[in-house]
Design a binder for this molecule. Structure first.
Ligand code: AGP
Length: 614
């Protein structure tokens, strides 16, 4: 994931920026760069040095062509829009503006169109557009502060920004929307960083910007403004100097941090699997899956365990609906023992966060022994599955520390939906126009996740009731049936409350006998074509005393306003991407229930992050 660091002070910054980038290496990246305002005989000049690959390459570049100053920003980039090369590496320059960015600017194409004829672009990145907007606004006479604030209002998406401007001495402009950004306080120096880790050796006094905040930082001052440009005072946290605590930042648990990272992590998954610049799903060749041809495949076999298996179950609907490709989904521990009748033209995909799960690895090896093409969709590219499969596909979610999988799940879903779209296009079932619309919907996910995270307090309140229950049901139809399974798993594994996920239409075939007064039933139902039927299933349990929580959108809430005991209103989402956005609400529901119960959220009893035994 991208990393940002900046220093506004009165001492040399270059080496400390490089040190800060090194502390961000754990996030993964493919290029890096720094920009400083260098003070020399010609006055202050904005300069940068960038390099593809690791930070050692950047350090070498700086050694060859030194730059330094007392104000600077730096960035490790995870290829977003545009190839992972030096040209597309941050910081991006436009006129007097130098800028680093993390996340995704959803409407960059439209903004680029607005600047056509006025500005010449050097890259294909979404980031560069932001630098041009700020510079263009200042060309019209706007102050730097107003130009920055005005530009933020034009952006749609999930992002964190750091900006320095030639002629605006000693000042960093920063903003946070969907992607975390922190301010570090020093002695006649102040800093910005993606997280406490980035700032760990610079400061232990940290201000975590809140959603929509932006800030102006100099060596002696920090001004923070909320999304309405009102000056606000944000709390200063004293961060433990321990790296582990720093990694958690201002979150109580790794799981909560990873839930909140999802606008950023989904952005990174997206950029590997789609070309948002051209609104296209990447072909297998572009994904370096050279011999994979979706047209020649008869079947897909998705094999996984636990949360990863539920991502695979969702993907079955996508591949069959979008690519008309038959899909088998198997729990890995069952797969090879059922002696599956496999056909040669089947691609077997192991879906695994760790890439080490013994059952899934054994299933992968079984498929290889039967002569199938195999792929591994993993979060750990150095894992055994990634090494042994014919194709390795990274979900780029960054290290997932919490045992209960959250960001890996939404990144697995994002990757699988992107692949299903690519398969549909290649097999001739998705028109260019529909592909454009689907890719547009994919690029909206980080922002919609950010919107859903704003429901956190409402969900925490619902969780208080749920924490008193002895058992619970999760219901869903279509792609939301596997999401119901995942919701129940999340609740079980971290709160230890028994829960069952069920196809909403199936409850009346037996399990409804378990419904009694006060049984909590969580119903996942956006206002899609299945909504009416799902709501009537909800009423079947309500009449038998169930306490229902309906997770829907505004339209669904309006329709069902008197039918559920509680309604959680999620943002409007298209049917295809809904499971990815709705996953956030069930993750937060399980998280807050567990916190109410005081369980060990990050390392629940009996569980392991990677189950390397059968
Ligand atoms: C996830 O919440 C659990 N830790 C578990 O179900 C996990 O998803 C399963 O063990 C598979 O792990 P993997 O994705 O690393 O293969």
């Amino acid at each position: 994931m991208c990393g940002i660091i900046g220093i506004a002070g009165d001492q040399s910054v270059t080496n400390r920026l490089l040190d800060g980038l090194k502390r961000l290496e754990y996030r993964g990246y493919d290029s890096a760069g720094i920009a400083v305002i260098e003070n020399n005989k010609d006055g202050d000049i904005l300069k940068r040095r960038r390099a593809q690959g690791k930070i050692v390459n950047l350090a070498e570049r700086i050694k060859q062509e030194p730059v330094d100053g007392v104000l600077g920003i730096a960035h490790t980039r995870w290829a977003t829009h545009g190839a992972p090369n030096e040209t597309n590496a941050h910081p991006h320059f436009a006129g007097r503006v130098g800028l680093v960015h993390n996340g995704i600017i959803e409407n960059f194409s439209q903004l680029r169109e607005q600047l056509k004829g006025k500005r010449s672009f050097q890259t294909q990145t979404d980031t560069e557009v932001v630098a041009h907007l700020i510079d263009e606004a200042m060309n019209t006479g706007m102050s730097a502060k107003d130009a920055f604030a005005n530009t933020l209002k034009q952006l749609t998406g999930a992002f964190a920004l750091g900006v320095i401007i030639d002629g605006i001495d000693g000042t960093i402009f920063a903003a946070r929307r969907g992607c975390p950004l922190a301010i570090g306080l020093g002695d006649s120096e102040n800093y910005i960083g993606s997280d406490a880790m980035a700032l760990a050796t610079l400061s232990t006094r940290v201000i975590y910007l809140e959603e929509g905040d932006w800030a102006i930082i100099t060596k002696d001052s920090v001004e923070v403004f909320d999304e309405n440009d009102t000056a606000v005072v944000r709390e200063t946290t004293i961060v433990s100097t321990s790296m582990a605590a720093a990694e958690k930042g201002n979150y109580r648990h790794f799981m909560l941090k990873e839930i909140y990272e999802q606008p950023e992590t989904v952005s990174h998954t997206l950029t590997h699997f789609i070309d948002a610049f051209h609104y296209k799903a990447k072909t297998p060749k572009e994904l370096e899956l050279e011999n994979l041809d979706w047209r020649k495949l008869e079947r897909l076999s998705l094999i996984a365990c636990g949360t990863a298996a539920y991502a695979a179950y969702v993907a079955k609907y996508w591949f069959e609906q979008l690519a008309l490709m038959p899909v088998d989904v198997d729990i890995a521990s069952e797969f090879r023992y059922r002696k599956p009748a496999l056909s040669k033209n089947t691609l077997a995909v192991a879906v695994s966060q760790s890439g080490e799960t013994a059952d899934t690895l054994a299933a992968l090896r079984y498929c290889q022994s039967k002569g199938l093409q195999t792929a591994a969709l993993v979060n750990v590219l150095e894992s055994t599955m990634a090494r042994e499969a014919d194709f390795a596909m990274p979900i780029n979610a960054g290290p997932e520390i919490g045992v209960a999988s959250t960001k890996a799940f939404t990144s697995q879903l994002t990757a699988l939906l992107s692949l299903a779209i690519a398969a549909g296009v290649q097999r001739g079932h998705i028109s260019e126009e529909r592909e454009h619309a689907l890719i547009q919907s994919l690029t909206q996910i980080p922002r919609l996740i950010t919107e859903t995270l704003k429901l956190d307090k409402d969900i925490e309140a619902l969780a208080l009731d749920l924490s008193k229950a002895k058992s619970a049901f999760y219901l869903g139809r279509g792609v939301h049936f596997p999401l119901a399974l995942e919701g129940a798993l999340k609740l079980k594994e971290i709160s230890y409350i028994h829960a069952e996920g069920y196809a909403a239409g199936e409850l009346k075939h037996g399990p409804i006998a378990l419904i009694e007064e006060g049984t909590p039933v969580i119903v996942i139902a956006p206002s899609d074509e299945m909504f009416e039927k799902t709501v009537s299933n909800m009423q079947e349990v309500s009449t038998r005393g169930a306490k229902t929580i309906l997770i829907t959108d505004a339209k669904g809430a309006k329709h069902a306003k008197d039918m559920a005991d509680a309604i959680l209103i999620c943002p409007e989402v298209c049917p295809e991407t809904a499971p990815i956005v709705y996953a956030i609400s069930i993750q937060l529901l399980a998280y807050h229930t567990a916190v109410h119960l005081g369980t060990d959220v990050d390392q629940p009893r009996n569980l392991a992050k990677s189950v390397t035994v059968e």
